[in-house]
Ligand binder design. Structure first.
Ligand code: HGY
Ligand code: MN
Ligand code: MN
Length: 416
């Protein structure tokens, strides 16, 4: 079967216009997006994506986790489809490209193949995975995790947000709970295009990241309990300050990550303080420790070190402590064949490229368990993401989508 010719390119203006149109839904306060999963804005974004898919002649499937599957027929109806996609949900201070580029890049492939009248043997399915971010309902990549058999659907449905609303109820409320059994679909392969969300590609002047691996992640939710009391009239020796305990534990997280440099990272992005009143010593704090590394042993060592250190801090300060693992996945090695398809595409198209390990988690990390999977990355400005100032150039978006298209079409096999 012929490889795509090197002059087969996407319509970069059309891609950019679609990115900007989607960015108008669930706007943030500083030029980015706040289109959190299963909110009305997420529902609106889904409707827009569905409208575009219909206009491109695709048939839409929807499973019981709200995953969307827009299918373009191949010449062989029995051939397993090649999937391409990412996520439309964003962080509360999200950018316009995290996840969205991968979904709309997949749609742009379809639009281009339609323009060129190109047929493929395998069907191609553009996918929007529900709740990749895990910010409203932990853990991240929740729906692709259920699809890959990592999480049970009933457990996922019961995940609650900060206001006690459940995933299952919210999915039904926005009207995107499908009848299709999640995970029933079989894939020939899956490709995901994503911005790097780190500084390497831009710093090295590389157009494309050929993602060979994804680093692993561990999320531990920590609840520290002390005693609310007056910040003015309570003598220092009588205080049981949960906020101070947390501060010492966050110092410990940072210290542990540095001890495992250069590849390990650690922080806490989620912090709740109760009662969070200016003149009350915090009686309870809840925070989530996020450790990551390409090496599973390092992740486990960081978890063990933190647990021991945090327990000692709590004991020393007469505080209560509970720790619960609320998210995690092992480091991932992507499929050699799919990774080569990405690398060959970058070479055929003349883009500079380098192998890279993904610092962030992605739906592809779970789907890699059930189908040959690989990722394409493009640079982002200053490596910034999960910030409304997240930015990419049109050229980077086009390069990433062209490579994605060539990898997908080569795998789906062009039919003359
Ligand atoms: O947390 C992550 O790595 C992803 O952005 N959800
Ligand atoms: Mn993402
Ligand atoms: Mn993200």
């Amino acid at each position: 079967m012929p490889a795509p010719s090197d002059n087969m390119k996407i319509n970069s203006d059309r891609l950019w216009d679609s990115l900007m149109d989607m960015a108008r839904i669930g706007p943030g306060v500083a030029g980015g997006n706040n289109r959190q999963t299963l909110t009305d804005a997420d529902g609106e974004g889904r409707h827009l994506f569905q409208k575009w898919c219909k206009a491109a002649g695709l048939t839409m499937g929807l499973d019981s986790m709200g995953n969307m599957f827009a299918r373009r027929e191949g010449t062989d109806p029995d051939a397993l489809p090649v999937y391409v996609g990412s996520h439309l949900d964003t962080q509360p201070t999200g950018g316009k490209y995290d996840g969205v580029l991968g979904v709309l890049g997949g749609l742009e492939i379809i639009r281009t193949l339609n323009d060129l009248g190109v047929k493929t043997r395998h069907p191609i399915v553009v996918t929007n995975w529900t709740n990749e971010e895990g910010t409203r309902f932990a853990p991240p990549m929740l729906a692709s995790g259920v699809f890959a058999g990592v999480h049970e659907q009933d457990w996922a449905y019961q995940r609650q947000d900060h206001d006690g609303k459940s995933f299952g109820d919210e999915l039904a409320r926005i009207g995107w709970k499908g009848d299709e059994a999640v995970g029933a679909r079989k894939m020939h392969a899956m490709f995901e295009l994503h911005i790097e969300q780190g500084p390497i590609l831009e710093a090295e002047g590389k157009d494309i990241g050929v993602v060979t691996h994804g680093q692993g992640l561990s999320w531990t939710q920590v609840t520290v309990s002390g005693k609310e009391s007056h910040t003015g009239s309570t003598p220092m020796p009588m205080r049981r300050n949960a906020g101070l305990g947390m501060a010492r534990m966050l110092e410990l997280v940072d210290k542990i990550a540095w001890e495992h440099a250069p590849d390990a990272v650690g922080a806490a992005g989620h912090i709740d303080v109760y009662p969070n009143s200016r003149n009350v010593i915090p009686g309870r704090v809840v925070f989530t420790v996020d450790f990551r590394s390409p090496d599973l042993k390092v992740i486990e060592a960081m978890e063990t070190s933190f647990k021991a250190g945090a327990t000692a801090i709590a004991k020393d300060m007469d505080l209560g402590i509970e720790m619960e693992k609320v998210g995690g996945f092992d480091p991932v090695t992507f499929d050699e064949g799919c990774v080569s398809a990405v690398r060959n595409a970058a070479e055929r198209l003349g883009y500079s490229h380098r192998n890279i390990i993904s610092g962030a988690g992605h739906d592809a990390c779970w789907i890699n368990r059930v189908a040959p999977t690989a990722m394409v990355m493009c640079p982002c400005v200053d490596g910034l993401s999960h910030n409304e100032a997240e930015d990419i150039s049109r050229e980077w978006a086009a390069a990433g989508t062209n490579v994605l298209m060539h990898a997908v079409v080569e795998t789906a096999m062009i039919v003359e």
